[in-house]
Design a protein around this ligand. Structure first.
Ligand code: XMP
Length: 512
């Protein structure tokens, strides 16, 4: 198995740690985020080839300010400290850090002092950037030079012999061209990485790992929903295990129009995968009868999914492994989350730990955009690769109030029209999610000569990078007009159409 060059980002509590990780991976270097207080032995086991200390919200001088094991500096590998990480490194290595004056934070003119090839090569000689407020370096540690400077502040320092660098740039700057250059220089010129984290390498590696884990005759089961995560996880496992993998597709009666047929045809006929399709719509709808509370709906669906899945897996006889499409953000968030649960997320990844299978989670170190790239590498159709996310509880969280067959049928049609028109208008790929909601509101209208008292359809369309925050998407009026006409003309039970213009926060993307 190939080993990847690996950067470990130690997370000191900065809000942009994931963003740094994504930038590093975009530069084709594998990286993982670990908590700042990870034990030295665990860190050694992870075999880092370089370290990045993230920013953080604490002042280095507060009690309990996060600190790291000082043996990290003896590993003989490059270290880049960003903001808090720079201050920590300065303090640890014998420099001084003081509180900054308020005047010089925010957008500031910077000059590059470094001449030869190094971490700041290629930057404009002078440029403006947002530098972070708070603490700053007053005296660089012995052996360090000042490489980047504003009028009064050391913004970049470095010790070329030990390959230690510190950067007082606001982490958002890492999205800008100058920030990207610094990161690229660090990986290429300082760490001398070749950039071997490609999706092709990932696929080869992942298949080899699954083979090794499953041994010569281990068998596996996978819940396949047709969503990109479970599809990619299943495809990788199928490449590794062939017929020793069985997928289970549960039709819970809450799927979109044509979804079941599409998923089954694609994976069975095109990829020759073994799939058990379970028609459990009646069971789910019966359990949802009379239920109006969104959280209760989610719980019922999540719990029953597990029951159906276990029942079907049982029928397969002895199975050793469960393949899941868990992604890296799920893992990072569940290990660091402190906030309240806003909505309980059910997905196929929510199966109980006491199931008797061992887990195979081939995507657990990938971000969503990387999963898409792997999917293309595996030859999954674009229809699946670029499909908008669809929640585990399906249409049940888009039918407000009680879920009934009739309401589901109306919503399915409406959703189909919405998505079809958005695709026709060429907007689908630009939008994170677009879908119809049935708010269970009746209003008076007139169709032909007749008074109607019928349903309203809501259109929800948002732009987002990761679903954590989102902006409402400005669909052109002409497209809205076409959708509106089609909804009221083609669906007899609908006489009104409205457009949801709220962002997240304060709204969530789904209505329930
Ligand atoms: P919200 O509604 O919380 O959604 O803004 C953020 C993203 O997560 C999706 N979502 C879910 N996905 N199971 C899932 O697998 C769920 O229960 C669930 N709830 C929301 C939602 O579609 C959006 O992409």
């Amino acid at each position: 198995m190939k080993t990847f060059e690996k950067v470990i980002i130690l997370d000191f509590g900065g809000g942009y740690t994931q963003l740094i990780a994504r930038r590093v991976r975009e530069l084709q270097v594998y990286c993982e985020i670990m908590p700042y207080n990870i034990s030295f032995d665990d860190l050694l086991r992870a075999k880092p080839s370089a370290l990045i200390f993230s920013g953080g919200t604490a002042s280095i001088y507060t009690d309990n300010a996060p600190r790291c094991d000082s043996r990290l500096y003896t590993l003989n590998i490059p270290v880049l400290g960003i903001c808090y990480g720079m201050q920590l490194m300065t303090l640890d290595l014998g420099g001084t850090v003081i509180r900054a004056d308020i005047e010089e934070c925010g957008n500031t003119a910077l000059s590059v002092l470094e001449g030869k090839e190094g971490i700041f090569t290629g930057l404009d000689k002078e440029f403006y950037a947002r530098i972070s407020c708070g603490d700053r370096v007053a005296k660089a540690p012995p052996g360090f030079k000042i490489l980047l400077q504003s009028k009064n502040i050391m913004v970049g320092i470095g010790d070329d012999s030990r390959k230690f660098y510190g950067l007082q740039l606001h982490p958002e700057v890492f999205c800008t061209r100058q920030g990207d250059i610094v990161l690229k220089n660090f990986l290429e010129k300082i760490c001398h990485f070749s950039g071997n984290w490609t999706m092709g390498n990932f696929v080869k590696n992942s298949i080899a790992e699954i083979k090794e884990k499953a041994g010569a005759d281990g068998s596996a089961v996978c819940g396949l929903s047709g969503g990109i995560d479970s599809s990619v996880a299943a495809m990788l496992a199928h490449r590794a295990l062939g017929e020793r993998l069985t997928c289970i597709f549960v039709d819970n009666g809450l799927l979109r129009k044509g979804e079941k047929e599409y998923v089954l045809t694609t994976f069975r006929e095109r990829f020759k995968m073994e799939i058990v399709a379970v028609d459990a719509a009646d069971e789910f709808l019966k359990l949802l009868r009379g239920v109006t509370d969104p959280e209760q709906k989610r719980k019922i669906i999540g719990n029953h999914f597990i029951r159906v899945f276990e029942r079907e897996a049982e029928k397969l006889g002895a199975i050793d492994f469960l393949v899941q499409g868990t992604l890296y953000p799920d893992i990072i968030e569940s290990s660091t989350a402190t906030g309240d649960v806003i909505k309980s997320h059910h997905n196929v990844g929510g199966l109980p730990e006491d199931m008797r299978f061992s887990l195979i989670e081939p995507l657990k170190y990938l971000f969503k955009d990387e999963v898409r790239r792997v999917a293309l590498e595996l030859g999954l159709p674009e229809e699946i690769v670029f499909r908008h996310p669809f929640p585990g509880p399906g249409l049940a969280v888009r039918v407000l109030g009680e879920v009934t067959r009739e309401k589901l049928a109306i919503l399915r049609e409406a959703d189909h029209i919405v998505v079809e028109e958005i695709k026709k208008a060429g907007l689908y790929r630009d939008i994170w999610q677009a879908f119809a909601v049935l708010p269970d509101i009746f209003s008076v209208g007139v169709k032909g000569d007749r008074r109607t008292y019928a349903h309203t359809i809501v259109l929800r369309a948002v732009a987002s990078r990761d679903g954590m925050t989102a902006d409402w998407y400005p669909i052109p009026y002409e497209v809205l007009g076409i959708i509106s006409n089609r909804l009221v003309n083609e669906i007899p039970e609908v006489n009104r159409f409205v457009y949801d213009l709220t962002s997240k926060p304060p709204s969530t993307i789904e209505w329930e």
